[in-house]
Design a protein. Structure first.
Length: 278
């Protein structure tokens, strides 16, 4: 699949200070099988205080790319051939490095805006980002790929692991906890609420800013109109947090105000809403 790279220059930000050895796991791949592409010999993955880092034994050269494909739900039947997240660092012919981050939206890849940090060391590339920003929680599968191009054509490539079975990494409890739900603005069905009639409010729900759609979870919602509370029924499915309620009789030409809460305890996220009743 062709992906359009986003031309964002990476500042030479040292990752070392941000990376302790929490949750460290090493993965080994065969060496010497990449021809002119970066040779992906092994990778060490760590997460510290929610910062996920891939320390890759393989160095970018001009006109080359190192890619990370992530299956965030470990389900090959979802995403693009199983993958929901794509992060790449590439070097142009002039030696300048850039990065690209994309998410599968259900039908195509689209750019996402979370911050990716990258640093080149002797024989090693380090690529890192906040797990919450990427919407990652629990365990995920991943594959590394490298490419070397000549005149925009792929000359050689490497894949790690070599087998068709991807590697699996499990985030620490801290990293998973930090991926809090983000709720967007609601859609009302019907668009003009009517007194005495059912109303549904649907909020886009994701894990972290720009993260994966939320597919499960608990939700509650309540509202008031003319000083009288009325409770709705909350649910989470398919990337939406939904509040279903019945607009009270006798409330025409007034404004109702309420909120929906997704999750519980320290991870609970509440989104206020209001609507005018016809």
């Amino acid at each position: 699949m062709k992906r359009v790279m986003v031309s964002i220059v990476i500042a030479a930000t040292a990752l070392t200070a941000a990376l302790a050895q929490a949750g460290e796991k090493a993965y080994v791949d065969q060496a010497g099988d990449s021809a002119t592409a970066p040779d992906l010999r092994y990778v060490v993955v760590t997460d510290t205080n929610g910062f996920l880092a891939f320390k890759i034994d393989g160095t970018l050269v001009p006109d080359s790319t190192i890619e990370i494909y992530i299956d965030s739900d470990r389900n090959q039947s979802t995403g693009d051939e199983g993958d929901e997240l794509y992060v790449a660092v590439y070097m142009e012919g002039d030696g300048k490095a850039y990065y690209d981050a994309e998410r599968w939206n259900g039908s195509k890849w689209e750019s996402v805006s979370f911050d990716v940090k990258s640093q080149t060391f002797s024989g090693r590339e380090e690529i890192g980002f906040k797990a919450a920003d990427a919407g990652l929680t629990g365990s995920f599968d991943f594959v590394l790929r490298s490419l070397k191009t000549v005149a925009d054509a792929v000359e050689s490539r490497d894949r790690a692991p070599d087998s068709i079975v991807p590697w699996t990494y499990t985030l620490s409890a801290t990293a998973s906890t930090l991926a809090r739900t983000v709720l967007g603005s609601p859609t009302l069905v019907p668009a003009r609420p009517v007194a005495g009639k059912p109303l549904t409010l649907r909020f886009p729900a994701r894990r972290g800013a720009g993260g994966a759609p939320l597919t499960t979870g608990a939700a509650t919602c309540t509202a008031t109109v003319k000083g009288r509370p009325f409770r709705g029924r909350g649910s989470v499915a398919g990337g939406w947090a939904t509040c279903r309620l019945v607009v009270p009789q006798g409330s025409a030409k007034t404004t109702a105000r309420g909120s929906i809460t997704v999750g519980s305890g320290a991870q609970a996220v509440t989104k206020p809403f209001s609507f005018r009743i016809a």
